[in-house]
Ligand binder design. Structure first.
Ligand code: CTP
Length: 400
């Protein structure tokens, strides 16, 4: 997919720069040509020699390099690429981009380019969460800059949280997505997935058997068609899909908040198995055993995320797809659910244990819309996802 494409890779000065060596290899394996640019600080973390050897091209780093300027001016350098990728994008580089600075080769190229830009931020968690960085990210997103990551986890500096640069293969997936010309290119789609955990006390929770497999497969299928996917997931077993904007939540209330933050979107697919109830007052400390005394849990209803989004009077996604997990009168119940919640489509499935669907790899679904009911044969969850993604693309194309 990347054959014949040229990527201008701007390497910023952060410890994550070492991952760029692998990124360059992965891109070249896929047929892309990589023009490397390093900031002065990047040279403190990886050597231009390693970068040049892997890219098979000269490393550009000096704005006032007369030899390079004679061969290819920096304006031209910024325009020969199909995509500009900034990895790692440090807090400083993001600030320069947001402020329109052009005081070194990297920032000048970013100002001079007319090609799409994808950035992979990497920095200490405090720097990432600092209001200045968050403000810059918002500004850049508003300018049409695409983002991949950062991920949360242990950091080289010993702290923990969001700020780790995405892994090379995640960046490759984002690059393929940015350059893809699938039918969902330019469309933003939200997917909810997995179970929710509703706390009883700090160590206990109520959950369900959802593995997140179907939601994950749908996110992947949408990415493959070129969509920008926001993946809001509860604590699920399924490996995370790459190439998505990932939001990890625990409870139904957190999931609703994450969904509302992700709007506006062109379409929403609500595949999560959201807990219908939560414990009214979760205990702040661990509930201790007391001889002869059994605890009683009082429940209250969780917000219905699908219904909330379906019934929005302003900013409702153009297409809202819900799921119905039923154990009897599958179609009748699902049709009633579609009307009750106000979504456009319902993907209904039979989750009686003997079907092996909940937690399994296959699914047999009925697609229910205003137009009627379609029965799809039993097939792998990946295939259900691909078919659904194609149908979503067709529906959005009809709309625009
Ligand atoms: N859903 C949601 N928020 C909830 C409950 C469900 O967004 N609090 C969404 C699910 O993601 C799914 C759809 O609603 O897309 C159907 O969920 P399901 O649990 O099958 O339906 P319920 O509304 O819980 O109805 P019932 O329990 O009567 O089957």
């Amino acid at each position: 997919m990347l054959g014949g494409k040229r990527i201008l890779l701007i390497i910023g000065g952060g410890i994550a720069a070492y991952k760029c060596l692998d990124l360059i290899r992965r891109l070249r394996e896929r047929g892309a040509a990589v023009t490397p640019v390093m900031t002065r600080a990047a040279g403190e973390f990886v050597t231009p020699l390693s970068v040049a050897a892997l890219a098979g091209e000269t490393v550009h780093s000096d704005l006032f390099d007369l030899t390079a300027e004679a061969e290819m001016g920096h304006i031209q350098l910024s325009r020969v690429a199909d995509l500009v990728v900034v990895a790692p994008a440090t807090a400083d580089l993001l600030a320069k981009m947001a402020g329109g600075h052009a005081d070194d080769l990297a920032s000048t190229l970013l100002m001079a380019t007319d090609t799409p830009v994808l950035v992979a931020p990497a920095m200490n968690v405090r720097m990432y969460e600092h209001p200045a960085t968050q403000r810059n990210i918002t500004l850049l997103k508003g300018d049409g800059v695409r983002f991949v990551g950062p991920n949360a986890g242990d950091m080289a500096c010993g702290e923990h949280g969001p700020g780790r640069m995405s892994e090379p293969m995640e960046i490759v997936a984002a690059i393929e997505q940015a350059m893809g010309d699938g039918p969902l290119r330019g469309k933003r789609v939200l997917v909810t997935s997995g179970p929710t955990h509703e706390p009883i006390d700090p160590v206990r929770y109520i959950a369900n058997r959802s593995s997140g497999a179907q939601g994950t497969a749908i996110a992947k299928a949408l990415v493959a068609l070129g969509a920008e996917v926001v993946f809001v997931t509860g604590p699920a077993d399924a490996p995370r899909p790459v190439g998505c904007e990932m939001v990890e939540v625990e409870s139904a209330q957190e999931m609703l908040g994450a969904v509302q933050d992700a709007l506006p979107v062109d379409a929403g697919v609500f595949a999560a198995a959201v807990a219908d109830w939560r414990v009214k007052v979760a205990s702040g400390s661990k509930i201790k055993k007391e001889k002869g005394k059994l605890p009683t849990l009082e429940f209250i209803e969780n917000p219905d995320i699908l219904a909330t989004v379906s019934q929005m009077s302003e900013g409702r996604p153009g297409l809202v797809v819900g799921f119905a997990a039923e154990t009897c009168d599958v179609i009748g119940n699902a049709q009633a659910k579609r009307l009750r919640k106000g979504c456009d489509w319902i993907v209904a499935n039979d989750v009686r244990p003997e079907t092996g669907i909940m937690g399994g790899t296959e699914n047999a679904v009925h697609l229910i819309s205003e137009g009627g009911v379609e029965d799809w044969p039993r097939m792998g969850k990946d295939e259900v996802a691909r078919r659904l993604a194609v149908r979503i693309a067709e529906a959005l194309a009809r709309e625009s």
